[in-house]
Design a protein around this ligand. Structure first.
Ligand code: PRP
Length: 207
């Protein structure tokens, strides 16, 4: 049996994914900083990649399947057939600012919000969709620093427990979107491996 190829994201989601799969007989581990592994049942060949690169690997068919948050796929601009939503790893995309921040945009004439974020596509589309003009400053991490250091009064970022915001004296002004974790496929790969993928989805769906 040729294993299905699956891209998984490095980072905070990884352990929850590993646990979910292991509980359904798909046991794997990445030892010695290796970035590829096979699961114990031989059904999967897994590659471990950076979140933002994951959709690129699936789009190019290097991995036939991918698993990550909606936010990551949205930023990539790619669209994939959706296979399964998981009940772990839920977060929210939120607009945040320093506690007791006073809105003064209406005084500046242009009225735009200056927002620092990693999620530039989402932020632009969301606020333009609301008719709110925005100036976006792109950062690649530790976005919470931006309001603290005066780079931008607002951030759009993922909030899970809220502890990073709290530790930096920030608060959520508005929750913009609930973010879930999904399994998806490269469209051509899905057609070619329809049966094996269907059976994998059944395995992963069992509670
Ligand atoms: C995410 C997000 C926040 C943090 C929120 O970052 O960008 O910084 O988690 O989590 P909390 O609400 O539980 O505190 P991540 O840990 O993925 O690292 P990154 O900043 O390098 O993307």
């Amino acid at each position: 049996m040729t294993p299905l190829t699956l891209a998984l994201p490095k980072g905070r989601l990884f352990e929850q994914v590993q646990e979910h799969f292991a509980a359904r007989g798909l046991v794997f581990d990445f030892n010695d900083r290796k970035l590829t592994a096979n699961d114990s049942s031989g059904r999967l060949k897994i590659i471990l990649v950076k979140n933002a690169d994951l959709p690129t690997y699936v789009h190019h068919g290097i991995a036939g399947l991918g698993l990550c948050g909606d936010d990551v796929v949205y930023e990539s601009g790619y669209e994939f057939p959706h296979l399964l939503s998981f009940d772990f790893g839920h977060t929210s995309m939120a607009l945040a600012a320093r506690k007791n921040h006073v809105r003064t945009e209406h005084l500046s004439g242009s009225g735009h919000l200056t927002i620092a974020t990693k999620f530039t596509r989402f932020t632009r589309d969301y606020f333009h969709g609301q008719g709110v003009p925005v100036k976006i400053i792109r950062l690649d991490g530790s976005v919470e620093l931006a309001p603290v250091l005066g780079l931008a009064p607002y951030i759009v970022d993922l909030v899970e427990t809220g502890s990073t915001l709290k530790a930096n004296g920030l608060e959520v002004l508005e929750t913009l979107k609930k973010i879930g974790v999904n399994l998806f496929a490269n469209a051509a790969y899905y057609k070619l491996h329809y049966q094996e993928i269907g059976s994998l989805v059944d395995t992963l769906r069992t509670s």
